[in-house]
Design a protein around this ligand. Structure first.
Ligand SMILES: Cc1ncc(COP(=O)(O)O)c(C=O)c1O
Length: 440
C-alpha cells in the first residue's frame, strides 16, 4: 500500500527532489538477491547494487544470519576504553585484505565520517611529528567525499558546496579534475592521456610551499560525479609529488574498496599505495551502516607516543566498532573470500564494458566511461533543462521496465552486483536502450 501524502511528508529525503518524488513515489518494501520488491509487489532489477553498497546482492543469507545472531548475543558495547570481540576480529580481517603495511583500522559509521576522520588523522600525524605547519588540505574538482564539513570542503561538486560557500573549512585548495571529453571520450578503462593533470599539485606546492600542505585526498576512480577513471600514470604521478614534498596521500575508497575494481582495494588494482584509505559501503555490504579508515604503520606509530595512560587521539563515534555492524562486516568478508567474489568480478568486467559501450552510437550519448564494475553513460542535457533527460530515463526505467538505475543529472551511473548474472546484465541494458530510444 502506498503511504498517504501526509505520511510521505514526514520523511525529508536526502539528495531527492522531495516534492516531485512524493507526487508519485517509488517505494521499495523488500529485496532479495539482485531484485527489489516495490510496495505493489512488482519486482525490479537493481543495476546499482543499492547505492554502490550491496555488491554481494541484497539480504545475503550469511550476512542476515550473522546479524540476527549478533543482535541477540551482544547488541551494543561501547568501544571507548572497552572493546567487543567482533570489532577486533573485523579490523584484523580488513587489514589482512588490505595492501601491505595497512595494519590499523579505525571504525566509523559512514563514508562521510571516514573522510573527516582521515583528514583529522592527516592533520594529527603532522602535528605529532612536529610539523604542525602542515595544515592545508588538497582535494580535487568534481571529487565527492561526503557531506560533512571536512568532506564537503575538500569535495569539488558545485551544488554540494554552493549553499555553504562561506562556511567551508579554511585552508583547502583543489587540483583540476581529469575529465576531458575532447581527448578521452569513449575511453575503455583508463584514458590514455591526462597523467600531466596530476602536475597541478605542483602548482599548489609552488603557491603555498609543500611544508604547509598536510594531505591530498582523491577518489582513485571518481564515482559520484559520473565515473572518471584515472588517466594512465596519473595516480603514480600524484604519489610521486606527495613523496617529494612530505604530503600524505589519502585514497577515498568508499566506493572502490571491497571488490568494485576486481581487487579488494583500488590501491591494489592500480598498484599505487596511499598513506590512508577511507572506506564504507561494501564493508558490510550495506547491511548495517559502517565505515573504516585504514592507515599505514607510519601514520599509526606517529600517534603512539607520550604517556601510555593518555588517549592518543581524541576522536571517535559512539557507534565506532558497533558489534552488530562488525558482525555484518565479518560475514561480508567471509562471503568475499569463500565465494571468490573478486575473481568473478574480474570475469564480468569485459561483458559490462561491451554492454556499456554499445551505447556509443546512441544520439543522446556524448560519452561512455568504465573501469571494473563502475560505469557511466553520459547524455547531452536538454536545452535549458539540465538533468531532465536523466531523470526521465530513471523514472521510465522504474515504471516501464522495472529497473532501478541511478542518474546524476544526465549521467546514468552503473554499479552492477559483483556476482551479477551476465544474462540479467544484458537484459537490463536492452531495457535501458528501449528507454533512451523512447525519450527526447
Ligand atoms: C568516495 C565517497 N566518499 C564519501 C562518500 C560518503 O559516504 P556516506 O554517504 O556513507 O556518508 C561517498 C558516498 O557515495 C563516496 O562515494
Amino acid at each position: 500500500m502506498t503511504p498517504t501524502a501526509n505520511r510521505l511528508d514526514a520523511f525529508w529525503m536526502p539528495f531527492t527532489s522531495n516534492r516531485d518524488f512524493k507526487k508519485k513515489p517509488r517505494i521499495i518494501t523488500g529485496a532479495q538477491g539482485h531484485y527489489y520488491t516495490a510496495d505493489d509487489g512488482t519486482k525490479l532489477y537493481d543495476t546499482f547494487s543499492g547505492l554502490w553498497t550491496s555488491g554481494l546482492g541484497h539480504s545475503h543469507p550469511k550476512i542476515v544470519e550473522a546479524v540476527q545472531k549478533q543482535v541477540a548475543e551482544l547488541d551494543f558495547c561501547m568501544t571507548f576504553q572497552m572493546g567487543n570481540d567482533k570489532a577486533f576480529a573485523l579490523a584484523e580481517r580488513v587489514t589482512r585484505m588490505a595492501p601491505e603495511g595497512f595494519n590499523h583500522c579505525f571504525f566509523t559509521n559512514s563514508g562521510s565520517e571516514s573522510v573527516d576522520t582521515a583528514l583529522k588523522f592527516a592533520l594529527g600525524y603532522h602535528r605529532a611529528r612536529g610539523e604542525g605547519s602542515r595544515t592545508r588540505l588538497i582535494g580535487r574538482e568534481r571529487g565527492y567525499h561526503g557531506v560533512n564539513f571536512g568532506g564537503m570542503s575538500v569535495g569539488g561538486i558545485v551544488p554540494n558546496r554552493k549553499a555553504f560557500s562561506a562556511n567551508l573549512i579554511p585552508g583547502v585548495d583543489h587540483i583540476r579534475h581529469t575529465m576531458n571529453l575532447d581527448k578521452s571520450a569513449f575511453s575503455r578503462g583508463q584514458p590514455a592521456t591526462g597523467a600531466h593533470l596530476a602536475d597541478d599539485l605542483e602548482r599548489l606546492v609552488a603557491l603555498h610551499d609543500g611544508s604547509n600542505i598536510a594531505a591530498v585526498i582523491v577518489e582513485p576512480v571518481a564515482g559520484s560525479t559520473g565515473v572518471l577513471p584515472p588517466p594512465v600514470g596519473y595516480l603514480e604521478r600524484l604519489r610521486e609529488i606527495c613523496d617529494q614534498h612530505g604530503i600524505l596521500l589519502i585514497f577515498d575508497e568508499v566506493i572502490t574498496a571491497f571488490g568494485r575494481l576486481g581487487k579488494p582495494f583500488a590501491a591494489q588494482r592500480f598498484d599505487v599505495m596511499p598513506d590512508i584509505i577511507s572506506t564504507a559501503k561494501g564493508l558490510t555490504n550495506g547491511v548495517i551502516p559502517m565505515g573504516a579508515v585504514l592507515v599505514r604503520d607510519h601514520v599509526y606509530e606517529a600517534f603512539m607516543q607520550g604517556p601510555e595512560q593518555m588517549i592518543e587521539i581524541f576522536h571517535g563515534y559512539t557507534y565506532s566498532g558497533h558489534p552488530v555492524a562488525a558482525a555484518a562486516g565479518l560475514a561480508a568478508m567471509d562471503v568475499y573470500e569463500d565465494e571468490n567474489i573478486f575473481e568473478g568480478t574480474q570475469a564480468l568486467e569485459q561483458t559490462f564494458e561491451d554492454l556499456l559501450h554499445s551505447f556509443a552510437d546512441h544520439p543522446h550519448v556524448i560519452d561512455v566511461r568504465n573501469i571494473g564494475l563502475m560505469g557511466a553513460i553520459e547524455m547531452a542535457p536538454r536545452d535549458g533543462a539540465p538533468g531532465a533527460r536523466g531523470m526521465e530515463a530513471h523514472k521510465k526505467c522504474f515504471w516501464d521496465e522495472h529497473l532501478v538505475i541511478r542518474n546524476g543529472m544526465d549521467i546514468l551511473q552503473f554499479s552492477p552486483f559483483l556476482n551479477a548474472n551476465a544474462d540479467e546484465m544484458r537484459t537490463s541494458f536492452e531495457a535501458i536502450r528501449r528507454v533512451l530510444d523512447s525519450i527526447d
